[in-house]
Design a protein around this ligand. Sequence first.
Ligand SMILES: Nc1ncnc2c1ncn2[C@@H]1O[C@H](COP(=O)(O)OP(=O)(O)OP(=O)(O)O)[C@@H](O)[C@H]1O
Ligand SMILES: [Mg+2]
Length: 265
Amino acid sequence: MPLVEIDDLSVTYGARRAGRRSTGKAALADVSLDLHRGETLGLVGESGSGKTTLGRAVLGLVPVSAGAIRFDGEDITRADRRTRRRLSQRIQVVFQNPYLSLNPQRTVLQSVMETLASSPEVDRAEARARSLEMLERVGIPPASADRYPGAFSGGQRQRIAIARALVPRPDVVVCDEAVSALDLSIQAQVLNLLVDLQDELGLTYLFITHDLAVVRHLCHRVAVLRRGELVETGDTAAVCAAPAHPYTRTLLASAPVADPRLARA
Ligand SMILES: Nc1ncnc2c1ncn2[C@@H]1O[C@H](COP(=O)(O)OP(=O)(O)OP(=O)(O)O)[C@@H](O)[C@H]1O
Ligand SMILES: [Mg+2]
């Protein structure tokens, strides 16, 4: 059984508020996609194709217009608040911009511990210990855990955002352009960290990116979105070697073949 099953998913922004069938354009239309345990699924497509919307739908952050999302066999399409709270320990997210996603008024330890706040079985002492351990694992020395985000570089902040996402020990992490804002050399380091953590913790990634070099390096499978529709999905190597859809061919043609910044890895 796939860990996440997306069936005929449609999202039209504003549909609910209008209280009637929206005339707006669908951000996602009839998308069906499975995410298997332990894999990295790359989600690619040009700007506005619906990548972030799909990630947000899995996280329960956008209203679903039609279709269904199942997580570990449970229908979570319209999960209530309480269910979402529970799910938030199992489905986590790393956003593109660590400058926006970390609260500048909180120490990094406070920000990381916060993710465990909705786990009633984890007391404060344990939350603190686990958070320090995870910070250390991602390369942030515990001695600097009481500093504020402003004291850290972009790459370090993204490591902190990763620690925060992983401290509840989630099954799935939605990575939405998680390295796109970083310098190239830092990108490679953070990508390698994500790969190592996946092996150690058995994580499943939904990896949203516009960068096909990153997909080649990191993703077991790839799904291609175009204007809200899924045009192609398959093993990364197979899709890159022999893309079935003309749109995928266009995307590949505009991406560099070899990526020196990742050669080290
Ligand atoms: N909150 C919103 N309200 C209304 N429309 C939105 C909203 N968010 C996204 N859209 C629209 O939905 C479509 C898909 O947007 P989405 O952000 O999912 O694309 P994306 O593939 O993530 O693009 P990018 O690569 O630029 O991040 C676009 O047409 C966008 O304008
Ligand atoms: Mg996006």
